[in-house]
Design a binder for this molecule. Structure first.
Ligand SMILES: [Mg+2]
Length: 399
């Protein structure tokens, strides 16, 4: 469509002078045809470039002939094979890209208006116009139609550009989504990576501190994994990690639970709203799931198959305590599991963790108190006014 309109525009721009305009007159009355030709020749239109058809059928055949150069149609509405506006519609259906001027003996104004509303360039009543008006009507008709075609071309270009932009945007969105996934997914195991683990731990820590609900963590390590790599090769080691990651992922089902590759052969699970009893049960299920993999590990010091050591911790987060505290607790439990012979789960003692949190809270309070003392001392030293002294007392009491 765009190329078709462009070609038409190019053709018309080169042939707009009166002597070059190609006109098709569809008229069954030879006397009217002669009148039109006379008027046109008086205004330098070339009679050689005027084609005549006596009926709709002839006119359509002319417009459908390959390579025709007709630029404008002068159409009688009363023909042997069509009458009234049906005549116009029949021609328009075959040459919507060529301007049409109605040439009719019907003086009904409503028909003239309707014809123009439906796309005719003008409506000339037979015997009511001279050569000047006819020539001007043809020129304006050609110009208006060219402007219309130019607008159509611009619209089509715009639609093409818009479609291309939309396609590019969709590609960009898809790439952004892919990049977003790549940024949080571990390439080898296709579970979440350390970066995502850190993000989620912070988010859940703050959320559960507000809710005063427990947050649990499991840190687990594939036992003697270096020996596995040495014995079976790194590709086999990679496949082992992939299978272990899948086995761990299959144990947890809640949307908020997160399984991540913490680094190397170490995995971590974040389990929101899960108490110590719950996380201990899940850790046991993970141990069982890895055991069911039955991955041979002949160079392991503790078993003939791949096993896990697990450290478990659970606490109610506090806004004055960093989530690193939970990681440290689970890490200590994991270290203990390794120290005691691996292939086992150890639990971080909740009482100890609570005590640590209380100590940290007290430490924070102490810092605030020291800060308030410093501020109060500064006021007393630099002011002799009574209210400054009172402010000092207020600060201390407030604490
Ligand atoms: Mg007629």
């Amino acid at each position: 469509m765009y190329k078709e309109n462009s070609a038409l525009l190019s053709n018309q721009k080169n042939n707009f002078s009166t002597e070059h305009v190609q006109i098709l007159i569809i008229e069954d009355d030879y006397e009217d045809v002669e009148i039109l030709k006379t008027l046109l020749s008086q205004h330098k239109y070339s009679l050689e470039r005027i084609t005549h058809a006596q009926s709709i059928g002839e006119g359509i055949a002319c417009l459908q002939s390959p390579g025709h150069n007709i630029q404008l149609v002068i159409l009688d509405l009363s023909l042997p094979d069509a009458q009234g506006l049906d005549t116009y519609h029949s021609i328009y259906a075959h040459c919507s890209k060529i301007p049409i001027i109605i040439h009719s003996g019907n003086i009904d104004e409503s028909i003239a208006i309707e014809a123009v509303q439906r796309g005719a360039q003008d409506y000339l009543v037979k015997g009511k116009f001279d050569g000047h008006l006819l020539s001007r009507t043809i020129r304006y008709g050609l110009e208006r139609h060219q402007q219309f075609l130019e607008l159509q071309c611009e619209k089509q270009k715009l639609q093409t550009v818009t479609a291309a932009l939309m396609a590019s945007n969709q590609q960009l969105e898809a790439m952004n989504q892919m990049l977003g996934q790549l940024a949080i997914i571990d390439e080898l195991t296709q579970i979440h990576n350390r970066r995502r683990f850190d993000e989620v731990l912070w988010t859940e820590w703050r959320r559960l501190a507000r809710e005063e609900s427990p947050l649990s963590l499991i840190m687990c390590d594939v036992d003697n994994f270096k020996a596995y790599n040495d014995a079976y090769g790194h590709p086999a080691g990679d496949r082992c990690l992939q299978q272990v990651a899948t086995a761990i992922s299959n144990v947890v089902h809640r949307p908020a639970d997160l399984v991540a590759r913490y680094g190397g052969e170490e995995f971590a699970l974040i389990l929101p709203n899960t108490d110590l009893k719950g996380v201990t049960r899940i850790a046991k299920e993970i141990q069982d799931a890895v055991q069911k993999l039955n991955l041979r590990h002949n160079t392991s010091k503790i078993s003939d198959q791949v096993t896990l050591s697990l450290g478990v911790a659970s606490m109610i987060p506090h806004q004055n305590v960093a989530p690193g505290q939970l990681i440290e607790s689970a890490d200590r439990a994991l270290y203990k599991a390794k120290t005691l012979g691996r292939n086992q789960m150890q639990v971080s003692l909740p009482d100890l963790e609570s005590a640590i949190i209380e100590v940290r809270k007290a430490s924070q309070k102490a810092k605030e108190f020291c800060q308030s003392l410093k501020l109060a001392h500064y006021s007393l030293t630099h002011s002799k006014r009574l209210e400054k002294s009172q402010r000092c007392q207020t600060a201390q009491l407030g604490w």
